[in-house]
Design a protein around this ligand. Sequence first.
Ligand code: SAH
Length: 352
Amino acid sequence: MTPLAEIIAQRIRATGPITLADYMELCLLHPRYGYYATRDPFGQAGDFTTAPEISQIFGELCGLALAQTWMDQGRPAPFTLAEPGPGRGTLMADMLRAMRAVPGMFKAADVTLIEASPHLRGVQSENLGDVRHLDGIEELPDKPLFMMANEFFDALPVRQFQRVEEGWAERVVGLDKDGLRMGLAPPVDLPRAGRIGDIVEDCSAAVAIIEAIAGRIAARGGAAIIVDYGGWNGYGDTFQALRAHAPEDPLAHPGEADLTAHVDFAPLAAAAIRAGAEVSRPLHQGDWLLSLGAEARARRLADAGDAGAMDALRRLTRPDEMGHLFKAMAIWPKGALPVPGFDALRHHADDA
Ligand code: SAH
C-alpha cells in the first residue's frame, strides 16, 4: 500500500466510503502525498506529455490567438493574462514570447497562474520569473481576463453515477480485505435518462469555474481558450489512471498515478451561455491549429534547424494522434469578434 492508500483507508474506516471526486482530489492534491503536490510528471521521464511540451508551436499559436482578440477588443490595459494548471510553465512562456511581437501587449499583461501544487509553483516561478500565483479562479482581479487552459479541466474531480433498477447509484471508493475497492452507494433520483448499467459523470467543479470565467469575460471583456481531451455530451466511464505512460487501475497506486476524466464540453458551453458570454462549439485541436497556420510555423522552425518540428506538427494535428481526441473551445463577450479560428455555437445550434 502507498502511504496515501493507508490514509484513505483510515478515512473510509472512520466515516465510510468516499466519492470518486473526493478520491481523485486526495490522490492529486493531498499536500504531502498527492500526485501533483510531490512531482513534475511531464515529459519522457514522467507519466505523460502535453501539447506545449511537444512543441513551441502550440503555445505560440494560442498566444497569437489571444493577442489578436486583445487587439480586436481595443487593447485593454492593464489586463489579467491567466492560466489555470500551468504545469511547468512552458505554455505561458511560449505565449508570452509570441505576445512580445504585439506592441504594448506584454507590458499590459498581469501574468497570473492558478496552481494548487506548491512543487509546480516553484517550477513555474523558475521558468517564468516574477509571476503571481492564486489558489482559485474566484481570486482573479476584476479586470479584463484573457485565459488559456490546457489539460487543466481533465484533472478536476468527477463524480460517477450508475443506473440501477431504483435510480442512480453513486460509484464510491470503499474497502474490502484486499484494500481499496469500487462500490455503489444507495440509489438516488437524478433527472437523467439511462438504461440499467449506464454510467454518467458529473464535474460540477468545471462547470463552476467556467461560469466564473465566462461571467468575468462577459462583464469586463477578454477571452478564454480551453483545450482538453473529451467530447460533447460525454457518456460512460472515462475515469483513468496513467503511470509511466501506461494505463493502470485508478485504485492501484493512489498518489503515484495521474488520475483524469474526459472533459464533457456540453455542460461547459451551457455554463458559459448562462453566464452571458458567447461560446464556440469544440473544434478538433488539429483543425484549429492548422487553421491558425501551424504548418507554416512548423516549416519555418524546421528550416531554422528544429529537427523535430514536422514530427511535432504531426503529433499535435493528426486525427490518429492528438488531433481529434483533443478539442479546443473558446469563450468571448457577446458582440465582440470571435477568437481566431472559432465561431459562435449558436450559429451551429442544430449540428453541435
Ligand atoms: N497545462 C500544463 C499542465 C497540465 S497538468 C500542460 O499543458 O503541460 C494539470 C495541471 O493542473 C498541473 O499543473 C496541476 O498541478 C494543476 N492542477 C490540478 N488540479 C488543480 C486545481 N484544482 N487547482 C489548480 N491547479 C490544479
